[in-house]
Design a protein around this ligand. Structure first.
Ligand SMILES: Cc1cc2nc3c(=O)[nH]c(=O)nc-3n(C[C@H](O)[C@H](O)[C@H](O)COP(=O)(O)OP(=O)(O)OC[C@H]3O[C@@H](n4cnc5c(N)ncnc54)[C@H](O)[C@@H]3O)c2cc1C
Length: 618
């Protein structure tokens, strides 16, 4: 049996692992993985120089590539070291035995042994390379496992087999094809194309949405004024690339504050976004590898009851209220158990029990006389500048906002009032996935979920390591970075890029960087494989019909959500052609994750199901 896996990221590797380890000794199977990047995939490729210093935003002991006992219906587990254990026991000798990896990684291994550490992205790629070597060692007599460093440009069906067209023109036949394609690059939108051509015609620089690790910033220097649009994870990559990588350095002063010492070669950066605020810093990790918060209110029975009350559909505002109730509960618990709380242990326990049965947490708080605790105000979290008096010095106020975020995150992802509450969204993600996958929302309500919950969830629970927010503060203090007010709009005027914000400020730049990846949408993708599959009617976008009869399309490809087999334009299932992961975002919720040990983790669970479907046909 021939199985082609397109994509060597964590998903592609996980499918290969299950195929090799679950197949019986008598079955012949040839597993072939394709990717133009290294094993481990594009995001983690250790040979991309910037991946030596761009950080992951998941701590090392919450990362694994090994299938474990927690995976439901995943077949016989075969546990192995999580990334922390691998760093402690295996990484050094592996890197020494593989001189192709940069020396920097050897130094990183010696520094990185704490469960609360964040590894470089390249180190994740080396963990994947080690995993692949381990897996190759498990291949038995009738099996093969190979990696081909090429893209697949097209897949076509001929009877019961598929023909893959590789980037060098070779054509390969395979009976099963699994696609785990990750983030794609997109065609430029009309605005982006206009900026690109304006830059070209006016000797300006324009960097469209792309992986920051793959951008060339070598020409940027102290003579540049760079406008950055976006304050998400890509922004923090550019922050490092335009500071430390221009020769400056961060050092802690005697009060523990991070201070930036410029080299003099940094460009001046003006950064902003629609929302106007960078993602919240991750709370310092206090959770063990598999530790998940158990919700008190955001439970399946509660969601089912709301769905029943909504005549079979969950109303978005009810969903949001329930999730906010859980966040508020955790926030209040953290406040009453805080070190500086005036309450005795018994008082705190009494309050906890009153809150855990409360129908209205704010009301209970009032009745219990806890008015001195600041309210968990969701709208203020969405828009922290909401109550800003006119005439406020925005820079000073913004620095204080960052300071508060840093102080809170230092208290830890279990105990900090805010970072501790926000982190439970990560732990509850599978429940949100369940709601999305089981169509709890109508088309109208799902649209609200995507427009309102997605940005909120990103703002509070996807953020960078705390150090990155400290670095931003230091760069603002050093006068190298400025952050604009919300609602940044960029235009071109008088041979320059111009950014304007809600505060009426105006900034001029000779360079514009879009600090984000392209949207996940097969209609916009320029990945040749996705383009061809779309043109051949194999990939189509699922359509949702609103109550008024109008429709909208999801950005995902259409699949049978049970088997992950593609559903084509005629509505037929294309047997043995599987797609999963990021290409299904929209049909599924929050696919952009790395596997976590011991929590029935999404990627390993779905990879195991796909491998078992394939093996059922052996
Ligand atoms: C910059 C960045 C940083 C991230 N950091 C984190 C993090 O710290 N923690 C976290 O949990 N998640 C992070 N993510 C999310 C990340 O997507 C997942 O963690 C994980 O890598 C997803 O695995 P995957 O296998 O689905 O996709 P990927 O890891 O993206 O792998 C997909 C692979 O498919 C290949 N491919 C695509 N098209 C073709 C083709 N036509 N032919 C052959 N190969 C093809 C790509 O080259 C790529 O290597 C990050 C994502 C990005 C973009």
């Amino acid at each position: 049996m021939q199985v082609a896996i397109i994509g060597a990221g964590p998903r592609g590797l996980a499918v290969a692992e299950r195929l090799i380890n679950l197949v019986d000794d008598q079955t012949q199977i040839n597993v072939q993985i394709y990717d133009p990047y290294a094993i481990g995939g594009r995001v983690w490729d250790p040979f991309i120089p910037k991946n030596r210093f761009f950080l992951m935003n998941t701590v090392v002991d919450q990362i694994t590539l090994f299938n474990d006992e927690s995976i439901e219906n995943g077949g016989k587990p075969l546990p192995g070291p999580n990334m922390l254990q691998w760093l402690e026991n295996e990484a050094e000798s592996f890197i020494v035995a593989h001189p192709e990896f940069d020396e920097q990684y050897k130094r990183e291994v010696t520094e990185l042994k704490l469960s609360k550490s964040f590894a470089s992205r390249g180190m994740m790629g080396i963990y994947a390379a080690w995993f692949f070597e381990w897996l190759t060692g498990r291949v038995r007599h009738k099996q093969t496992l190979n990696f081909s460093n090429q893209s697949v440009n097209n897949v076509q069906r001929f009877g019961k087999t598929f023909e893959l067209e590789l980037s060098d023109g070779t054509r390969i036949l395979s009976e099963h094809v699994v696609m785990a394609l990750g983030h794609s690059d997109n065609y430029l939108t009309s605005e982006e194309a206009m900026f690109a051509s304006f830059a070209e015609n006016h000797q300006l620089r324009y960097i469209g949405p792309k992986h920051p690790s793959e951008t060339d910033l070598s020409a940027f220097d102290e003579n540049d004024n760079v406008i950055i649009r976006g304050l998400g994870l890509s922004f923090f990559d550019y922050l490092i690339a335009l500071s430390v990588k221009k020769g400056g350095k961060f050092e802690r002063n005697n009060t523990g504050e991070l201070v930036y010492y410029p080299s003099g070669h940094e460009p001046h950066v003006i950064a902003g976004s629609r929302g106007g605020f960078p993602l919240h810093a991750r709370g310092v990790n206090e959770k063990s590898a598999s530790e998940l918060y158990e919700p008190r209110f955001f439970t399946l029975p509660a969601l089912d009851a709301l769905r029943a009350a909504g005549n079979g559909h969950l109303v978005y505002s009810d969903f949001e209220k329930l999730i906010v109730k859980e966040l508020t509960y955790k926030y209040l618990l953290n406040r009453i158990h805080a070190k500086d709380s005036q309450l005795t242990y018994d008082q705190a326990e009494t309050l906890k029990s009153a809150l855990s049965t409360s129908a209205d947490l704010n009301d209970t708080v009032k009745k219990l006389g806890l008015d001195n605790i600041p309210k968990f105000d969701l709208e203020l979290i969405r828009n922290p500048a909401r109550d800003l008096p006119a005439g406020t010095n925005y820079r000073e106020w913004f620095l204080q906002y960052l300071e508060d975020d840093i102080k809170d995150a230092r208290l830890g992802n279990k105990h900090a009032p805010y970072a501790g509450a926000f982190d439970i969204l990560r732990d509850m993600r599978d429940r949100v996935r369940y709601v999305v996958e089981h169509d709890y929302f109508s088309a109208d309500e799902y649209e609200k979920f995507m427009n309102q919950f997605k940005p909120l969830d990103t703002l509070v629970s996807v953020g960078p390591p705390l150090e990155r927010v400290e670095q931003l503060r230091a760069l603002i203090k050093a006068g190298i970075f400025e952050v604009t007010g919300a609602d940044i709009k960029v235009t071109v005027e008088n041979d320059m890029f111009v950014a304007r914000d809600i505060l009426g400020q105006e900034f001029y730049g000779n360079a514009l960087i879009e600090a984000r990846l392209g949207a996940i949408d097969i209609a916009l993708s320029r990945n040749p494989l996705i383009v061809n599959l779309r043109q051949n009617g194999i990939f189509v976008q699922p359509v949702r019909t609103r109550d008024d009869g109008s429709t909208y399309k999801l950005g995902s490809a259409n699949v049978d959500r049970r088997t992950f087999e593609v559903i084509d334009a005629s509505g037929s299932t294309v047997s043995h052609l599987y797609v999963f992961g990021i290409t299904l975002e929209g049909l599924k919720w929050f696919t952009t994750v790395i596997p976590r040990p011991g929590v029935n983790t999404l990627i390993l669970r779905e990879s195991a199901w796909i491998a078992e479907c394939i093996l059922a046909h052996a």
